[in-house]
Design a protein around this ligand. Sequence first.
Ligand code: PLP
Length: 430
Amino acid sequence: MTSKNPETLALHAGWRRDSATNAVAVPIYQTTSFQFDSTEHASNLFGLKELGNIYTRIMNPTQDAFEQRIAALEGGVAALALASGQAASAFSVQNLARAGDNIVSSTDLYGGTWNLFANTLKDQGIEVRFVDPTDPEAFRRATDDKTRAYYAETLPNPKLIPFPIAEVAAIGRSFGIPLIMDNTAAPLLVRPFDHGAAVVMYSATKYIGGHGTSIGGVVIDGGNFDWEAHPARQPLLNQPDPSYHGAVWSQAVKPLGPIAYILKMRVTLLRDLGAAIAPFNSFLFLQGIETLPLRMRAHSENALAVAKFLAGRKDVSRVIHPSQHIGAAAERTAKYLPRGMGGLCGFELASGADAGRKFIDALKMFYHVANIGDARSLAIHPASTTHSQLTAEEQAATGVTPGYVRLSVGIEHIDDIIADLSQALDAAQG
Ligand code: PLP
């Protein structure tokens, strides 16, 4: 596929037809195993002399089509699909850092990632140093000899301030440290590799699937990071791996292209920890991707219209949407989000938590769920749900105030979206 246009790649990249049946749609290869042609073929596959299907925990043709398509859309060289976004976040770090190492991460993270970093990785001996993303230099200050990666979200909620990808990626590259970007909230709107990131990951559960049906994740290798040039900084890619007959990944994978990072993840972490994606979910994510360019456009247009509507309401004290930023955050929005600002929008009700609850209960079309990125419009009141176990101070630190409501604006007709919000806002004042 020679096109660079996302609308075309979303339909064609990574697949033409089934080699066995000529089927146009990607078949769901619901099989655990693949017969080897001969003992030589089998040993070539296991020895990575040849890439091919062995067992669906490691790879599967439906998964492969999904991986190729998302890698093409992202401008990367290869991808690995996984059972969830959580698995993708964990693997993206564990592929580079082991006990005794650290990574530097933005503080502005999805709560599940925060827990993974602050507790589970810590228990495994990997320290995560959290820094404020408003100052890219904070990443440099937190770096030491054991720092193996930087990590951040492109458009973290609730603040919805784009992360300074180029600035932090450049600092990382000066040390031999790759920047891993969680791009879940901004597929196609931002391509982090274009700004110097080395790895991109997604919770595919959100916009990529797009229809609220499947949990999945994916990690994409930009193929743009010279692991070999930094042997001391990146030992896991440059020292012999005892779990693969002493393979040095940056060397062993060279004949297959610049895919050392993602191939190592597949044949070690996925092999050992087993967070494999089901073939059916890969199929559903492929279906989602076909309309992703259309949906991201519609989500962005509708959320922008919602932000304008909310900004005009007297009972709304603050609207949180990239279009509403001022100063440095507005400059970042102009730099990173020229293609659209995504489907998320937050707001605060002047009359606080009680009004927030009433508003949610009064919604008729919006669903009250903890998810984002569905084609349908979704809403949640974090202070009484996702963040209810935090103290008021902790809630404030994460950007959640008592009257804060998060919307994931869907692709319904904008008049119906505004009508539902409008009647629920009126009811919240009653
Ligand atoms: N990253 C972000 C930004 C998310 O919003 C989520 C889920 O909400 C995840 C990662 C985790 O993904 P999953 O729920 O697919 O495990």
